[in-house]
Design a binder for this molecule. Structure first.
Ligand code: SAH
Length: 362
């Protein structure tokens, strides 16, 4: 049995089955054996690839969107440029390169990265050292200043709980120990007040997922943006509302059983963007300055609107052979509806009354 499996088995045998959220937290962030704590999981050699690792165009266009939004809000002379879950720092490096020639943008930006993994913090330090980043431990530690923030594939890594609708309430997915194996089972049915709003649109047998940490994180971001200006751009796979079982494990780019090798596979779930939008609105409703959100749009649509095709064509002129072929494939992968173009979505938060960040709809 692996070290983390042993730890989880002991905990479950002493105090009973644990929620998926507890299981995910231990698997991803256990200080000694967690998936993110102990490795760099990205890229062809790792377990999964993300949009910024596929092509520099993703970060470049996001950089231009953030810079335009900063200009549209009066180009505040000191602001926080932040990313949550920055991975290898690739997205932020592309954002910074693309915005180099925006007058005043770099001089005004204070770079803040929020990252739980010491391994990935080290990679970010190497990649972004020219921009003197700081690593606050939590979102709550971000400065009280205008905040322009991006998150790509961050919310999908946060721990979820999963509930199956039952005629008598909801049954929660729990991780139990059976014959030395970790297995998922369902708790007895009980009413769950936080899911009352899903009673009308679900039938017995259907599954919904909740992500408790997403709301307080969104609230901290929203409060700052509403009070001081700024924008948050979130990119992730998911939809408006959680529907069905989306808990999954990836190892070497292939789906695996999430309970087989705790700490060795990436665990994710689709993001419920409605919950994020609601948490944002709730954080500032009734205060002097309120936040608002864009509609949820497919990543492919956002990138097309910001001119990815023109950028792809101009980059293509500098390439030939296998590099050109892989560039064409990367463009397709980011935007095509059968690849990441539709499954991945984006949502923007910005101050009520401020111009909508480019590429989004209200
Ligand atoms: N945004 C990057 C990496 C995505 S992987 C990219 O697009 O390539 C998820 C990232 O979130 C990793 O950097 C991981 O270490 C970080 N992460 C996961 N859980 C976190 C948490 N609770 N707090 C801060 N960072 C976290």
């Amino acid at each position: 049995m692996s070290a983390l499996k042993n730890i989880l088995a002991r905990q479950i045998s002493l105090s009973g089955p644990i929620t998926l959220a507890e299981y995910m937290t231990q698997c991803l962030l256990h200080p000694d054996h967690g998936y993110y704590t102990t490795r760099d999981p990205l890229g062809a050699e790792g377990d999964f690839t993300t949009a910024p690792e596929i092509s520099q165009m993703f970060g470049e266009l996001i950089g231009l969107c953030l810079a335009q939004s900063w200009i549209d809000q009066g180009a505040p002379s000191a602001f926080t440029l932040a990313e949550i879950g920055p991975g290898r720092g690739t997205l932020m490096a592309d954002i910074l390169r693309a915005t180099r020639s925006v007058p005043g943008f770099h001089a005004a930006a204070n770079l803040h990265l929020i990252e739980a993994s010491p391994t990935l913090r080290a990679a970010q330090k190497q990649r972004l050292c020219d921009h003197s980043p700081t690593w606050p431990d939590t979102i709550a530690a971000l400065p009280e200043a205008p905040l322009f923030l991006v998150a790509n594939e961050f919310f999908d890594a946060l721990p979820i709980r999963q509930f199956t609708r039952d005629p008598k309430g909801w049954r929660e997915t729990m991780v139990a120990l059976v014959d030395d194996a970790l297995v998922a089972g369902l708790s007895d049915p009980a009413p769950i007040q936080a899911l009352d709003h899903r009673l009308d649109d679900t039938e017995p047998g259907q599954i919904v997922e909740t992500c408790a940490p997403a709301a307080p994180i969104t609230a901290e971001i929203s409060r700052r943006i509403a009070a001081h200006g700024g924008a948050a751009l979130f990119f992730d796979y998911g939809d408006w509302q959680s529907r069905g079982d989306t808990f999954q494990a990836l190892q070497n780019h292939k789906p695996v059983d999430p309970f087989d090798n705790p700490g060795q596979a990436d665990l994710t779930a689709h993001v419920d963007f409605e919950a994020i939008a609601k948490a944002a609105m709730k954080a500032t409703t009734g205060t002097a300055s309120e936040i608002t959100h864009s509609t949820l749009i497919p990543q492919g649509v956002f990138l097309e609107r910001l001119g990815i095709t023109a950028r792809a064509q101009s980059l293509a002129k500098t390439l030939d052979g296998p590099a050109l072929e892989s560039h064409i494939l990367a463009h397709r992968r980011l935007t095509h509806p059968q690849e990441m173009g539709s499954l991945f979505k984006t949502l923007a938060l910005f101050p009520k009354g401020a111009p909508l960040p480019p590429g989004y709809d209200k």
